[in-house]
Design a protein around this ligand. Structure first.
Ligand code: GRF
Length: 219
């Protein structure tokens, strides 16, 4: 079984979806530890309830960004991970950290990347008057929210939508489905990062996969 470490900062709804998928056998992988850069968050409770090692590594305890990155990398490596999953992890990590895990580290971002990297994506979609919105799972590279795209889910923005209603729909209808699917693909070797591009079933992807590629168990 592939060993997975999940990085969080808060609520852990994506983490919960991954824990559930791990528990019911939909992931050919085992979540061996959850690490948060903030203590006392619900995501750590979710890990404990699932019997998974839950570790707080508060970034505020470190004198520099580099020192935190190094400590985090050590804490991750101690778990002998095959895969690292950022799930609501709200820290920007440095190039040295990324290089240690590149090709086996994923992130989920609540926008249709490459549109709207960074924060406040739901607000930006409304302000831009865009008619579609969604979420994306990508490999983590040195470019923030800029790594090669694996899977993307989208829906139509409704006139009455607010940033809150969009955030809820992105989470419930898309994130909680595409993330377990993406981790399952990576664990099985169906998805790979090769020469800076994503291969699915050995074939280079020219665009991210869509919700139509979701296996029944993740719909
Ligand atoms: C999610 O929308 C995720 O895409 C973004 O931050 C939010 C975290 O949610 N990075 P949770 O911690 O998984 O509940």
């Amino acid at each position: 079984m592939k060993r997975v470490v999940v990085l969080i900062s808060g609520g852990g709804r994506n983490l919960q979806a991954l824990l559930d998928a791990g528990a019911d056998g939909r992931l050919d992988a085992q979540i061996v530890a959850v690490i948060s850069n903030r203590d006392g968050v619900q995501g750590l409770e979710r890990a404990r309830r699932a019997g998974v090692a839950a570790l707080a590594l508060p970034h505020v305890d470190f004198p520099s960004r580099e020192a935190f990155d190094a400590a985090l990398a050590e804490a991750i490596e101690a778990q002998r991970p095959d895969i690292v999953v950022m799930a609501g992890f709200m820290r920007v990590v440095g190039a040295a950290f990324v290089r240690r895990f590149q090709g086996r580290m994923l992130n989920i971002h609540p926008s249709l990347l490459p549109r709207h990297p960074g924060l406040k994506t739901h607000q930006k979609v409304l302000e831009a008057g865009e008619r579609e919105h969604g979420a994306t799972v990508h490999f983590v590279t040195e470019e923030l929210d800029g790594g090669p795209l694996i899977i993307q889910g989208q829906f139509s923005v409704m006139p009455q939508d607010s940033a809150e209603s969009l955030a809820e729909r992105v989470m419930q209808d898309i994130e909680l489905k595409i993330y377990p699917q993406a981790v399952a693909w990576l664990a099985r070797g169906d998805v790979e990062l090769v020469d800076g591009g994503v291969r699915f079933g050995g074939r280079p992807l020219s665009a991210p996969l869509g919700m139509d590629h979701l296996e029944a168990q993740f719909r």
